[in-house]
Design a protein around this ligand. Structure first.
Ligand SMILES: NC(=O)C1=CN([C@@H]2O[C@H](COP(=O)(O)OP(=O)(O)OC[C@H]3O[C@@H](n4cnc5c(N)ncnc54)[C@H](O)[C@@H]3O)[C@@H](O)[C@H]2O)C=CC1
Ligand SMILES: O=P(O)(O)OC[C@H]1O[C@](O)(CO)[C@@H](O)[C@@H]1O
Length: 373
């Protein structure tokens, strides 16, 4: 079995590539980082260190790399003969990898072996988004044949992998916890029993539970921590006021999730407490600027801040801490974070209200906009 994985970054090497390699796949990483690709080809392996009291290391073998633009012809060949294509590049990059994926799918049209595509990004239905970008690049009659043998399965991925500060550019430190949930009915190939993957019939409750608990919780810690000039998530969680805000914000998303999907209250509370402990992991150093990165994306209509606040308002409840964190995200101003700079520019040009309307996609008279600005 062969997997082509776009994005040899933190989650690519630290989670998806490692899990696929362990499950017996040969993993071909595609990335734009020349140094990482060259090192992967030189060594064919790398090390994942588990950040916990027990520690431990995993040697990931059977890996190689291709530059996703310079080696495009070879990458198309690899896709044409792969069993699985996965991504962890960031939701905004999916449209840039779609042309290569489209060419790979066209090339394998004569190959009757089915292929599955799974985007492992922090976004609701990221694989479906990639599918639409790809479909738009292929003539309808060709697409009809391709889609017969290609599964596009949505997924949720959960493992905290901070930015790496190792001398070895391939080495990666990860938390022990991981969860990869895949929507099984969409799969068409032989990827239905990968060890370590949880298969479900309907992904939506799982991705929303994860996005509105792990990622909303992380965003609460990051934006409130940033407001207090703290540097790491651990420092933010050691600050009593920030920790209380994280818990209070997650109580709001708990109401949303329990009402929308019927999760058991006490099981959900246990899920929250486990996540808070993961944020507090003393063996992991995760920067607030990484977790808060891309505030325009994080303030999107369906993302971790606006969607639960909207759902709570729609359920007749008043979001409080969720509104405070939306306000705090507007003040996230990090020099080398392009989106934060764009957001600050927008706020200066248009004022907070119009900026928020633009980035959230909410109507100007929506209660969230009215209360906030
Ligand atoms: N780091 C984490 O703990 C987790 C991250 N995620 C999601 O995984 C995705 C990736 O996140 P990270 O690994 O943290 O980011 P990262 O920045 O470490 O990795 C992204 C990789 O994509 C590569 N890339 C950029 N443009 C590309 C292109 N055109 N073709 C191929 N590769 C390209 C970059 O060079 C980089 O190596 C995001 O959607 C994130 O939300 C999800 C769960 C956990
Ligand atoms: O990767 P994003 O969407 O920018 O957000 C950072 C978040 O994603 C993660 O990297 C992984 O779920 C978390 O550490 C954090 O909540």
């Amino acid at each position: 079995m062969k997997a082509v994985h776009f994005g040899a970054g933190n989650i690519g090497r630290g989670f998806i590539g490692a899990l696929l390699s362990r499950a017996g796949y040969e993993v071909v990483f595609a990335d734009v980082n020349e140094a990482v690709i060259s090192e992967l080809n030189k060594r064919g392996e790398y090390t994942v260190t588990i950040a916990s009291v027990e520690g431990g290391q995993e040697h990931v073998t059977g890996v190689r790399g291709l530059h996703s633009s310079e080696d495009e012809a070879a990458l198309i060949e690899e896709i044409a003969t792969a069993d699985l294509v996965t991504t962890a590049v960031g939701p905004a990059i999916l449209k840039f990898i779609a042309p290569t994926l489209a060419k790979g799918l066209q090339q394998r049209a004569a190959n009757d072996k089915p292929l599955d595509v799974i985007a492992c990004e922090n976004a609701i239905r990221a694989t479906s988004t990639l599918k639409e970008y790809t479909k738009d690049l292929i003539p309808d009659d060709e697409w009809a044949a391709i889609i017969e043998a290609t599964g596009f399965a949505d997924a949720a991925v959960d493992r905290i992998v901070p930015n790496q500060k190792n001398e070895d550019i391939l080495a990666v430190s990860v938390e022990p916890f991981f969860e990869w949930v895949v929507e099984k009915p969409s799969l068409k190939g032989a990827n239905t029993s990968i060890e370590g993957v949880t298969y479900v019939d309907d992904l939506i409750p799982f991705i929303e539970r994860k996005l509105f608990t792990v990622n909303t919780g992380h965003a609460l810690a990051a934006y409130f921590g940033y407001a207090k000039s703290l540097t790491t998530i651990k420092e933010a969680m050691e600050d009593t006021e920030v920790k209380e805000k994280v818990q209070a914000g997650l109580n709001e998303t708990k109401q949303v999730l329990v009402q929308a999907y019927g999760f058991d209250q006490s099981e959900h509370e246990a899920y929250i407490q486990k996540i808070i402990r993961r944020f507090e992991n003393p063996y992991l150093s995760d920067d607030i600027v990484r977790v808060g990165r891309g505030p325009i994306r994080k303030l999107g209509f369906n993302d971790r801040l606006i969607k639960p606040a909207r759902m709570l308002a729609d359920q007749g409840q008043t979001p409080t801490v969720l509104l405070e964190v939306i306000e705090a995200a507007l003040h996230f101003d990090v020099a080398d974070d392009t989106e934060s700079q764009e957001l600050q520019k927008l706020i200066k040009e248009k004022g907070k209200k119009a900026a928020l309307v633009q980035v959230t996609g909410l109507e100007a008279d929506h209660p969230i906009i009215q209360v906030l600005t």
